[in-house]
Ligand binder design. Structure first.
Ligand SMILES: Cc1cc2nc3c(=O)[nH]c(=O)nc-3n(C[C@H](O)[C@H](O)[C@H](O)COP(=O)(O)OP(=O)(O)OC[C@H]3O[C@@H](n4cnc5c(N)ncnc54)[C@H](O)[C@@H]3O)c2cc1C
Length: 544
């Protein structure tokens, strides 16, 4: 078939999973010309992730998407509890209560010590999120969205990267771009083209996953005395069985170690425990991996999302980590293409995000070992009405009460990541320890600026624009005009925000804080920096 005309773009994004879509939308919002290619003809109704964590929802809020995502996802008043059960029609062995989105919102509204995110998490199934993001991307004038296009290979030189692709009808296509980003998932062809290996632990466990349409289950969950509503139901069995409510509350997914795909019907019926009408819409196999790419790119080509890191879904750090990658890379590509981003800006992507990928692979391992530990308490007598059976149930529930929490209480991994050793963040030696389970608000350079409410009950985050922002707090009288001039001379978008309210100064501990477009702190001080030009050059990547 003859080759159709070659296309030119600034950024080619390969793969329209949640990470590629987020990247394309953020680039588009910034006015960057980009093309998003996806091998599938359209988004598929297949189960995968279902929880955007709090940090991802903060990011979607900045992108103007949070309200739409919540409207499409699980209603705000549905409980997010997690259960360990024998079956749904028996009293639970353990119930871990977690706030619904409405309850979490009330907690966030009542707290102003910086320890909470601005947005609560949101349960939304990947098959709901992807079409929503696709529509957003398609509405942006600078984004071209091409489904049915498969990336095959690439070459690059000093000026551009050229991708060879194939359209759905087999026609070859070429796209010439200033940059390519591989958001093409765990089997990434982009990563393979670059010869970058994934390292770690692969194929840890092979499970089947099935998707069911079961409209009556949510209204009559037969657990204990109450409705027993929650998001996850872990079955205390020898097959790692795990039932997940999806965003409509009418669809459910079940994961289990079974021999044959058709066994997933009986497994669902056993888990529910009472007769329900249902349809099994899909069954597939998937494998657990804990893998990290050696590099996050080469030359003009970058990797983001599952193409760079694969975690066990325990802890929900897969897509959420990838959204963090996309948002780190997006403004750096924009800055470089606009000419104010210096030579250290794009290389800082790997420095910053690979350490997060590494830590989140570790967090996922920690959570999955916890899961394995309580599951290790399973004995075949667990259902027996004997003293031994009761002892097995008690031991498993007691262990799960400690170990299962490792999966569901990851606020430190979600909010507390700090970019250490970044060439575009002023180095303050030391810094708080990275903890998976706890989040301690900090403005240590490299950290995400903690969320604080202002006196008028608006959020400080919402007052910060898309460029660099110098926060002047605590009614400081310090003259920062030299720093402001130096920042403006870099050509970077820059603004000054003076906030007299006490809360931010109390939480942040500094009179002056400078944040970059993704709300990470690049510098802080009680007085203006000694060498503002050097600081401005560093944070915009202009120090080689
Ligand atoms: C059961 C399960 C539950 C999960 N739950 C959660 C959760 O609650 N929270 C969470 O954060 N994560 C979760 N995850 C992980 C999450 O699904 C992934 O991390 C996420 O999908 C990664 O997004 P991505 O965009 O990087 O890659 P993908 O979603 O894999 O998307 C890659 C896209 O690239 C396309 N593509 C591939 N090759 C090419 C090519 N050559 N040319 C063009 N297009 C190509 C693919 O078709 C695909 O659409 C879960 C995963 C599983 C399996």
């Amino acid at each position: 078939m003859p080759e159709r005309g070659a296309e030119q773009t600034d950024v080619l994004v390969v793969g329209a999973g949640p990470v590629g879509l987020t990247l394309a939308i953020d680039l588009g919002r910034r006015g960057v010309r980009c093309t998003l290619v996806e091998q599938k003809p359209a988004p598929e109704f297949l189960p995968k992730m279902e929880r955007c964590n709090a940090r991802t929802m903060e990011i979607f809020r900045r992108m103007g998407l949070a309200a739409r995502i919540r409207a499409a996802g699980l209603p705000a008043d549905v409980p997010m509890d997690v259960f360990v059960i024998l079956a749904m029609n028996e009293p639970p062995l353990l119930r871990l209560p977690y706030p619904s989105v409405s309850e979490a919102r009330a907690q966030i509204a009542a707290c102003n010590d910086g320890s909470m995110p601005l947005e609560p998490y949101q349960l939304i199934s990947q098959y709901t999120l992807e079409p929503l993001l696709k529509a957003e991307a398609e509405a942006l004038p600078s984004v071209a969205v091409r489904y049915g296009w498969t990336f095959e290979s690439l070459s690059q030189d000093a000026d551009a990267a050229v991708a060879s692709l194939r359209e759905a009808d087999g026609a070859p296509r070429e796209i010439r771009a200033r940059y390519i980003v591989g958001c093409d998932g765990g089997g990434s062809a982009v990563r393979k083209q670059l010869g970058i290996p994934l390292r770690g632990e692969g194929n840890l466990l092979r499970l089947h996953q099935a998707l069911y349409h079961c409209p009556s289950l949510f209204d009559r969950i037969p657990i204990g005395d109450g409705p027993g509503r929650g998001r996850h139901y872990h079955v205390a069995d020898g097959q790692a069985t795990f039932l997940i409510m999806q965003d409509s509350t009418r669809h459910w997914t079940l994961h289990a170690v079974v021999e044959r795909p058709e066994d997933m019907a009986a497994q669902f019926e056993r888990t529910v425990g009472v007769p329900v009408d249902y349809q099994m819409l899909y069954v597939g196999a998937w494998k657990q991996n804990l893998l990290l790419a050696d590099r996050y790119g080469a030359g003009r080509v970058f990797l983001a999302g599952d193409s760079a890191h694969l975690v066990i879904p325990t802890g929900g750090l897969g897509m959420n980590t990838g959204v963090g990658d996309a948002i780190d890379l997006s403004w750096k590509l924009h800055a470089t293409l606009r000419g104010w981003g210096g030579p250290s800006l794009l290389p800082s992507y790997e420095v910053e995000r690979r350490q997060v990928g590494d830590r989140n692979v570790g967090a996922s391992r920690y959570a999955s070992l916890g899961r394995r530990k309580w599951r290790g308490q399973y004995r075949p007598d667990i259902r027996d009405a004997t003293a031994e059976g009761q002892a097995t149930r008690d031991a498993l529930a007691a262990t799960a009460n400690v170990e299962q929490r490792k999966t569901n209480e990851m606020i430190g991994a979600e909010l507390g990541y700090r970019y250490v050793g970044s060439p575009i963040v002023v180095d303050e030696p030391g810094g708080p320890e990275h903890l998976f389970r706890e989040y301690m608000p900090t403005t240590w350079p490299g950290a995400r600026l903690p969320h604080v409410w202002l006196d008028d009950r608006t959020a400080l985050h919402d007052r910060i624009g898309d460029g660099y922002t110098l926060l002047r707090l605590g009614r400081t009288k310090t003259d920062t005009s030299c720093l402001e001039r130096a920042m403006r001379e870099t050509g970077a978008p820059f603004g000054v925000l003076t906030i007299d309210d006490r809360a931010p100064r109390d939480v942040y501990g500094y009179d002056l804080i400078m944040v970059r477009p993704d709300l990470h702190v690049v510098w802080r001080g009680q007085k203006a920096p000694d060498d503002p030009q050097a600081l401005a050059a560093m944070v915009t990547g202009q120090c080689p």
